[in-house]
Structures are given as structure tokens and as C-alpha cells.
Design a protein around this ligand. Structure first.
Ligand code: HEC
Ligand code: HEC
Length: 366
């Protein structure tokens, strides 16, 4: 019998005892320090109501939203104290006035520095299975660490923010109300911000009223034709990626595609996108499909903010995207669409502007 077979026959607990016995002559290893217990909101968990057209709002089991964490997260989200020089808040780049974006091609961070990607909307970010254009953050919680420590966004450090907030008695009180006694940690900061973001949900648009609310008059005839074009694989073929389900629509498949945005005159990709995360060839120039909800409010468009208007977006798709080796096979020239059909498609996109929930704007000055 081979040694391997023999080992398979020994039950694992016996094996563990055997291994422990073998190491018996060595001094006992030092007990590794247990990581601190995860911060948990102490208040009653609340269910965030999803509007017509959207599924239930997902939240991780270890961070149920409570009234206190949502209120705290809202205060933090609008607070410039999170940046090194008190000039930039999350809301500076994700401003409700611009559909929770900044309306610019590239965002401006501390000291007027510019990034190289367009700020996506925070509306309905709760539904994204991964965050950022390239999906490099696994959750809203983790995402909220990125901008604070990014030298050209908020230019701070997570420890620096902990210290700064700890020096403010009103924050100390608010954190204790939300998480119970204990120090202010960035873990609590990011959990609170994420819970607030989970309330920044927008649905009940004219499209939703038509599609899920049975209101035939909610969509104009042009937008209704646009919806048909959007879904028809032989026409717009948009819904293969910007998905519409039977009972709800996220307008994203939460997957990554290269649609030929950001190709320079030499045919080179200017931003490798998802490839930076996975190093997989197929992911070169691939970006997460953005939701199209509230799209009329959130221009300019694409990861590099290169398209200013929805008409430019439709024209871009009609052109079939810039050719490059990783171009998605679903992206093809749509020059068979008539002028009227292109205009209908644009009308449909404009019908995706939803309701903005109450209590997501800047909190009352205190
Ligand atoms: C200086 C501008 C700026 C600031 C400040 C900023 N963001 Fe962003 N945000 C961006 C940009 C640009 C991206 C896209 C970056 C990328 O994908 O690489 C982004 C991405 C995001 C996303 C991902 C959305 C998606 O669809 O993938 C969320 C959520 C978000 N930011 C929330 C926040 C929060 C919370 C804060 C404050 C802690 C914050 N942002 C501060 C510019 C900013
Ligand atoms: C193969 C999947 C795919 C198909 C098909 C597709 N899209 Fe997209 N769409 C994407 C991806 C991915 C992006 C982001 C690309 C980038 O920034 O590089 C995007 C971006 C957009 C944007 C800009 C969103 C924003 O927030 O900046 C609009 C508007 C849009 N698509 C509309 C459409 C329409 C209309 C159609 C059909 C004519 C369509 N899409 C077909 C995947 C797709």
C-alpha cells in the first residue's frame, strides 16, 4: 500500500494528533492574536424598500442597515473632513445635483488633481456585484476605502480619518449610537457609508411604470418603439448586456465587456480595464456594464467620459465600436437602424430617469 493511500485511511483527527505529537519536542508556538471582532451595528436592522422595477436591496449579513448607521453614513458621505485638506467629500464627485456623479469627464480631487476615469453614479450601486469600472472592489464597504487613500482623490489615510473623526465629540457620540462603545475605526466608517449608499436607490421611472406597473401611457410611443429596438437582437441588441428581467431590470449583467471605447489612433487601448485586475488577455479593455437607470442625468458617458450626449452614445453603437482584438462579439455595426429608430432609442434611454428617494441629500446642517 502506498503512503498516500495509508494517509487517506487515517481519519483526519488522528492525523492531526499524530502531527501534533511529532512537533511535541518544540516549544509551543505563540498563540496568533485573534483579529478584532467585526464591528456590528447595535440598532434594529431595517429593510430598505426597493421601488417599482428593482429587486430587493442586497446587504451583507455582517452589515445590516440600521437607522443610526444610515444617518451616520449620510453625514460621512457629505463631509469634506474625509479628505486631507477638508476640500473634497464623496459627494464632490458623486453629487445628487448631477445624478450622483460630477458631470465632468474626469473627476477633480484634492488640489485640483484629475483622475483618468469618469465618476460612475452611486444610484443603485448597491446592486452591483463588484464595484468600480474594473470591478476591483468586492463590496461597497471595501470600495469606500479607495477614494480616501487615493492621493489624487481625497489624499488621506484610513488611520488619519479615524484620528480626525475621533477628535470630534459629535462624531464620537454618533458612532457609539450606531455601533456601541469603542473607538472610531475605518471599518465602522466604511460600513456606515455603505449602508447609506444602499438607500440611494432609484426606480419607478416611466419605463418601470409601463413595464412593471401596467401603465400603458407612462411611455411615449417613441420610447415604446425604442424599448422594442433596445431588446430586439436584430435591431439594437442592447439588452444582452443591459439586462431587463421579467420582474425587475438592473440594465446590467454585472459582467465585463470590451465595447471598443478608449482606442487611440494607433489602435491601442488607452485603459486596460478589467485586465488590470485579472491579467487575462480576454479582459483587455473590458469594463463592467453600467446600469442605464438615470442615464439622462449622468453624462458624460463611458469609463473615460468620452461621449457627451446620449445621441453620441447611440451613434457610437451604430458605428459598432472601435475595432480591437478583444471587441465583444455582441458589438456590431448598427447602421441598418434608420434615423427614426436611432431617435427612438434615445427617447427610450431618457425614459429611464427614476424617482430620487427622500433623505439622500446633504443632511441638515448641525
Ligand atoms: C475625486 C473624485 C471622487 C471622490 C472624492 C470619490 N469618488 Fe467615488 N468614484 C470616482 C471615480 C472616478 C470612480 C471610478 C473609478 C474607477 O472605476 O476606477 C468612482 C467609483 C465609485 C463607486 C463605484 C461605482 C460603480 O458603479 O462601480 C462608488 C460606489 C463610489 N465611487 C463611492 C464613493 C464614496 C463612498 C466616496 C467617499 C468615501 C467616493 N466615492 C469618493 C470619483 C470619486
Ligand atoms: C456587449 C455588451 C453591451 C452591449 C451589447 C451594449 N452595451 Fe452599452 N455598455 C456596455 C459596457 C461594458 C459599457 C461601458 C464601456 C466603457 O466605458 O468602456 C456600456 C456603456 C453604455 C452607456 C454609457 C453608460 C455610462 O454610465 O457611461 C450607454 C448609455 C449604453 N451603454 C447604452 C447602450 C445601448 C443603447 C446599447 C444598444 C444599442 C448598448 N449599450 C449595447 C455593454 C454593452
Amino acid at each position: 500500500m502506498s503512503i498516500r493511500k495509508l494517509f487517506r485511511l487515517i481519519p483526519s483527527f488522528a492525523l492531526a494528533a499524530l502531527l501534533a505529537a511529532c512537533g511535541g519536542s518544540k516549544p509551543p508556538a505563540e498563540e496568533p492574536k485573534a483579529p478584532p471582532a467585526p464591528a456590528r451595528p447595535i440598532g434594529a436592522a431595517i429593510t430598505i424598500q426597493a421601488p417599482l422595477g428593482l429587486p430587493a436591496v442586497p446587504a451583507p449579513a455582517e452589515n445590516p442597515a440600521t437607522a443610526e448607521t444610515i444617518a451616520l453614513g449620510r453625514r460621512l458621505y457629505y463631509d469634506k473632513a474625509l479628505s486631507i485638506d477638508n476640500t473634497v467629500a464623496c459627494a464632490s464627485c458623486h453629487d445628487p445635483k448631477f445624478g450622483f456623479t460630477d458631470g465632468k469627464q474626469f473627476s477633480e480631487g484634492v488640489k485640483g488633481q484629475k483622475g483618468d476615469r469618469n465618476a460612475p453614479t452611486v444610484f443603485n450601486a448597491a446592486y452591483a456585484t463588484v464595484q468600480f469600472w474594473d470591478g476591483r472592489a468586492p463590496s461597497l464597504e471595501k470600495q469606500a476605502e479607495g477614494p480616501v487613500a487615493n492621493p489624487i482623490e481625497m489624499g488621506h489615510t484610513l488611520e488619519g480619518v479615524e484620528k480626525k473623526l475621533s477628535a470630534d465629540p459629535s462624531y464620537k457620540a454618533e458612532f457609539e449610537k450606531a455601533y456601541g462603545p469603542g473607538p472610531i475605526t475605518y471599518e465602522k466608517v466604511e460600513k456606515a457609508i455603505a449602508s447609506f449608499e444602499r438607500t440611494v436607490i432609484s426606480g419607478n421611472s416611466p419605463f418601470d411604470k409601463f413595464m412593471y406597473g401596467g401603465d400603458q401611457k407612462a411611455l411615449s410611443p417613441a420610447a415604446q418603439r425604442g424599448l422594442t429596438i433596445f431588446r430586439d437582437a436584430k435591431k439594437g441588441n442592447c439588452a444582452v448586456c443591459h439586462t431587463i428581467e421579467e420582474k425587475s431590470a438592473l440594465f446590467t449583467d454585472n459582467k465585463f465587456h470590451n465595447i471598443g471605447v478608449g482606442v487611440d489612433t494607433k489602435g491601442e487601448l488607452t485603459d486596460l480595464g478589467r485586465f488590470k485586475v485579472t491579467k487575462a488577455e480576454a479582459d483587455r479593455g473590458a469594463f463592467r456594464t453600467p446600469s442605464l437607470r438615470n442615464i439622462a442625468l449622468t453624462g458624460p458617458y463611458m469609463h473615460n467620459g468620452s461621449l457627451k450626449t446620449l445621441k453620441e452614445v447611440v451613434d457610437f453603437y451604430v458605428g459598432g465600436g472601435s475595432s480591437n482584438p478583444q471587441l465583444d462579439k455582441e458589438i456590431k455595426s448598427l447602421d441598418h437602424l434608420t434615423k427614426k429608430e436611432r431617435a427612438d432609442l434615445e427617447e427610450f434611454l431618457k425614459a429611464l430617469t427614476g424617482e430620487i428617494p427622500a433623505n439622500v441629500g446633504p443632511p441638515e446642517a448641525r
